[in-house]
Write a protein that binds this ligand. Structure first.
Ligand code: 5GP
Length: 192
């Protein structure tokens, strides 16, 4: 999505540790109209896969997932992060390693919100090593549902999480794929 690439170049900042900061439109301040455009694009890419449910992870995936859900006319469930693995109740649980925080955390979703009839489209803001998406896919599998694919706003292609999932056969679409970035703010994108 050309407009997203331009926004990343104009407003993004490259932080130490391969972090791309896009707080002006995606991760802190939300450019609602632009996020809705990204949701439209995700809907266009996945309409033919007939998803019945969007699944994301709190917090920063929610806005773009909501935009995709509105455009596809389907509900949205966001997995919740918990510090402790000590949880009871009818929950699906998995463990995710956080790229940005360097720690493991438990992710849960209520069992009655995803079931075996669902065709799930996973949506997130960033795709780096792919651990967040793998955790969400694990929950979809526990529910006996089908993962129709994953859509992310920004994929950092040089961390290879997206390509690993594609090699496993998943349809993974990212609206912008950063192939390289450096501390001086030089960013190159994969042609798609
Ligand atoms: P992964 O699990 O694919 O390694 O990382 C994806 C998750 O880490 C996303 O949910 C996102 O919140 C966070 N993340 C990874 N890389 C970045 C980054 O460069 N910038 C920001 N803002 N978040 C990131």
């Amino acid at each position: 999505m050309k407009a997203l690439e331009e926004k990343i170049v104009k407003e993004g900042a490259v932080l130490p540790g391969n972090i791309l900061k896009v707080n002006s439109f995606l991760n802190h301040r939300i450019d609602a109209a632009f996020i809705m455009e990204m949701g439209e694009e995700i809907a266009r890419l996945f309409y033919e896969d007939k998803p019945t449910l969007i699944f994301t992870i709190e917090t920063s995936g929610i806005a773009i997932a909501m935009a995709a859900a509105v455009n596809l006319g389907i509900p949205l469930v966001f997995a919740k992060k918990h510090k402790s693995g000590n949880l009871s109740g009818d929950l699906y649980k998995t463990t995710v390693h956080s790229f940005t925080h360097g720690t493991d955390y438990t992710v849960v979703a209520e069992k009655n919100f995803i079931n075996e009839n669902d065709r799930v489209l996973i949506v997130d803001d960033f795709l780096a090593n792919g651990k967040a998406l793998e955790g969400l896919i694990d929950i979809v599998n526990q529910a006996g549902a089908v993962t129709v694919g994953a859509a992310t706003a920004i994929e950092k292609g040089f961390q290879h999480g997206g390509d690993a999932l594609r090699e496993k056969g998943y349809k993974v679409c990212s609206l912008a794929i950063v192939d390289s970035m450096d501390d001086s703010g030089n960013i190159t994108f994969r042609q798609q």
